[in-house]
Design a protein around this ligand. Structure first.
Ligand code: C5P
Length: 228
């Protein structure tokens, strides 16, 4: 089988990362969670006082500090999945908090942030053999990917999944707040001027509201088998 590029896009908390990670593991591909990269820049901005009290960003200060933000991934042997590192620190849990989730769409709308992260993502995938998930992978990062998937599910199903995920990690979670955050991020992600979330040309759509994780994994593997 030839090595290909697999682009998986879709709405917040629709299980893209789970399906992308599991496929990458099964077929021996690199997995890159691009949402974790936007979340890491957000965590950096929060820690360094780059947000105004009203939630807007101190844009010029962040632009000047972009060069100080180094994001990398390292395999966690216990989970078998990559953890996210910000300037050498493992931030895998810190980037999943509600505080980061409620600020990330502002960061992801900034063209200079997107340009910097897209460049890194393209370098990571230069050799193919990669599964990358996000919002603009099939439209901007790898428009020529051999396999493009667009995943969605109802907002309520997605909020419940995020709630269960946070609870399982022993983290704070409130269903109504999560549902509101999912809906707000859908809106901002789909309406921003730069790289709005939309189904890429040639992408295959999957609504996974009513299928099990196992069915979803098999569906994705079948799509991979056809494309590779
Ligand atoms: O995938 P996840 O929900 O962790 O992504 C967090 C946020 O990062 C999204 O709501 C979106 O604003 C942004 N994002 C993006 N482009 C990507 C990946 C994520 O704008 N490729």
């Amino acid at each position: 089988m030839k090595k290909i590029t697999i682009a998986i896009d879709g709405h917040s908390s629709c299980g893209k990362s789970t399906m992308a990670k599991d496929l990458a593991k099964r077929i021996g591909y690199i997995y890159v969670d691009t949402g974790a990269m936007y979340r890491s820049v957000t965590l950096y901005a929060l820690r360094n006082g780059l947000f105004h009290a009203n939630g807007t960003i101190k844009e010029e200060e962040l632009r000047a500090q972009m060069g100080n933000i180094k994001i990398s991934f390292k395999l966690n042997k216990a989970t078998g999945r990559p953890d996210t590192y910000l300037n050498g620190e493992n931030v895998e849990n810190q980037i999943r908090t509600m505080e980061v989730s409620s600020h990330v769409s502002v960061i992801a709308a900034l063209p200079f942030v997107r340009a910097a992260l897209v460049e890194q993502q393209q370098q990571m995938g230069a050799e193919k053999g990669i599964v990358m998930d996000g919002r603009d992978i099939g439209t901007v990062v790898f428009p020529n990917a051999e396999l493009k998937v667009f995943v969605t599910a109802s907002p309520e199903v997605r909020a419940q999944r995020r709630y269960d995920e946070l609870k399982a990690k022993g983290m704070e979670a409130n269903f109504d707040d999560i549902l509101k955050n999912v809906q707000e991020r859908d809106y901002i992600d789909s309406h921003r001027a730069t790289s709005p979330l939309r189904k890429a040309e040639g992408a295959i759509e999957l609504d996974n509201s009513n299928i099990t994780i196992e069915q979803q994994q098999q569906w994705l593997y079948d799509q991979y088998s056809k494309a590779a």
